[in-house]
Ligand binder design. Structure first.
Ligand code: CDP
Length: 205
């Protein structure tokens, strides 16, 4: 059984939490595609050329411990505008999407570029302030020094860069279900996402 769920949306919208929960519920595999761009961004911060970093990315690079910092997030969104960087990561993502047993991919261009024929598409969003507050809590829980204002600035800068780039800009696919999580608890957001996927799954069966 091949079934692809595409989950896109702006920075810190809750895509990761929702994607993991959807994947666990349906028994699908999950790929956080942001991690690929973060790993490339981290390698660039370490001195590599972005295109070479993307072309030679290994599983080990994805396990680097410090990929969730704001500095790496900014570096990720800077390398993500480069067409050759994105091209180097396409095959891996498309193969993952077609894996036997079902797959959930989350990112910015999954429903538009990586899997335009995805069986279910969601675009998860929330106000910039809500997203920054959630990310601030997450980062301070890990002992990272960013202030709320810095996190809000990071979120807004990445949104502008991600939505404004020429190559695979962040945009909701025309056929994506919109899920605004601003006023939802995690449980409510997950339940709504599962219901959306369930609907597509029953019509695909
Ligand atoms: O977790 P968060 O939403 O903050 O970010 P992420 O999903 O880890 O993505 C980090 C950065 O990678 C984004 O700001 C995008 O610039 C880039 N990205 C992308 O261009 N395309 C994707 N499919 C996933 C991430």
């Amino acid at each position: 059984m091949i079934f692809c769920v595409a989950i896109d949306g702006p920075a810190a919208a809750g895509k990761g939490t929702i994607s993991k929960a959807v994947a666990a519920y349906f028994g699908f595999a999950h790929l956080d595609t942001g991690l690929l761009y973060r790993a490339v961004g981290k390698r660039v911060l370490d001195g590599l050329d972005p295109v070479a970093a993307a072309r030679t990315l290994t599983a080990q690079d994805l396990e680097a411990g410090d990929l969730r910092t704001s500095a790496v997030a900014q570096a990720a969104s800077k390398v993500a505008v480069i067409a050759e960087v994105r091209a180097a990561l396409v095959t891996f993502q498309r193969e993952f999407a077609r894996r036997e047993g079902g797959a959930v991919l989350d990112g910015r261009d999954i429903g538009t570029v990586i899997c335009p024929d995805a069986d279910a598409k969601l675009f998860v969003t929330a106000s910039a302030e809500t997203r920054a507050a959630r990310r601030f809590k997450e980062l301070s829980g890990k002992g990272q020094p960013d202030t709320y204002d810095q996190v809000l600035a990071d979120v807004k800068a990445r949104d502008a860069r991600d939505a404004g780039r020429a190559e695979a800009p962040m945009v909701a696919a025309e056929d994506a279900a919109l899920l605004d999580t601003s006023t939802l608890s995690i449980e409510e957001a997950v339940a709504q996402a599962i219901a959306i996927v369930e609907k597509s799954r029953s019509s695909a069966l």
